[in-house]
Design a protein around this ligand. Structure first.
Ligand SMILES: [Zn+2]
Length: 206
């Protein structure tokens, strides 16, 4: 497969991926807009993200501080993280936040609010009426979310994609594996990574 064909498949996949995510969650989360300044990482659109998911920026920043184990500061519309963190790490933490504190555990609607009953914090859904004690969604550890181009991994193909390619979720990434079939366990070589997706080539089948 030629390099530009990978690019094309990834672009097409990107469209499909974001469309299905949007309709499921009914929530469009802006991509974190990240820059580095010295040893710090700055999320330039932090306020936009908070507005979009309708949560207090302070609550999100507290969560990130705890999760990353480092200092973070809100500065105007931006968030300053006192360490180098990758786009993937931030994205993964924001989606963990949303799974924990925004999306209804029953119906998935983001139309929810916090409710305190006695000592218990509940996530209360305006769409379906469900109320659940807030619990932290399962996190994906740093090490495990790392995926590198040019490296090989063993993955299990769990789905067939719309272009006939094999699909797998691996370390928080959606893998597109042309030539692999659902149910197969294959050794793949990562060709290209883009946002939360990657194209992989089959090296070996087990
Ligand atoms: Zn609900």
């Amino acid at each position: 497969m030629a390099q530009n064909e990978y690019e094309e498949l990834l672009n097409r996949a990107s469209g499909i991926f974001s469309k299905s995510t949007q309709s499921e969650a009914r929530l469009k989360i802006p991509d974190p807009d990240i820059i580095r300044e010295g040893k710090s990482t700055i999320v330039r659109n932090f306020q936009d993200i908070a507005d979009m998911i309708n949560r207090d920026p302070k609550h999100i920043s507290k969560f990130l501080m705890k999760e990353f184990g480092i200092g973070v500061t809100i500065s105007g519309r931006r968030l300053i993280i006192n360490r180098k963190v990758t786009y993937e790490q931030i994205s993964s933490k924001i989606s963990q936040y949303i799974d924990s504190y925004v999306n209804c555990y029953e119906c998935g609607s983001p139309d929810t609010e916090f409710l305190k009953v006695g000592r218990t914090n509940l996530l209360s859904c305006k769409a379906c009426g469900a109320q659940h004690p807030i619990k932290l969604a399962r996190e994906s550890r740093f090490e495990e979310t790392q995926l590198e181009e040019g490296k090989q991994y063993v993955v299990e193909i769990t789905e067939k994609g719309s272009s006939g390619e094999g699909r797998a979720m691996f370390r928080g990434y959606s893998l597109f594996v042309p030539g692999a079939k659902k149910g197969e366990t294959v050794k793949v070589l990562i060709k290209r990574i883009k946002r939360g997706m990657a194209i992989a080539e089959v090296v070996d089948k087990e």
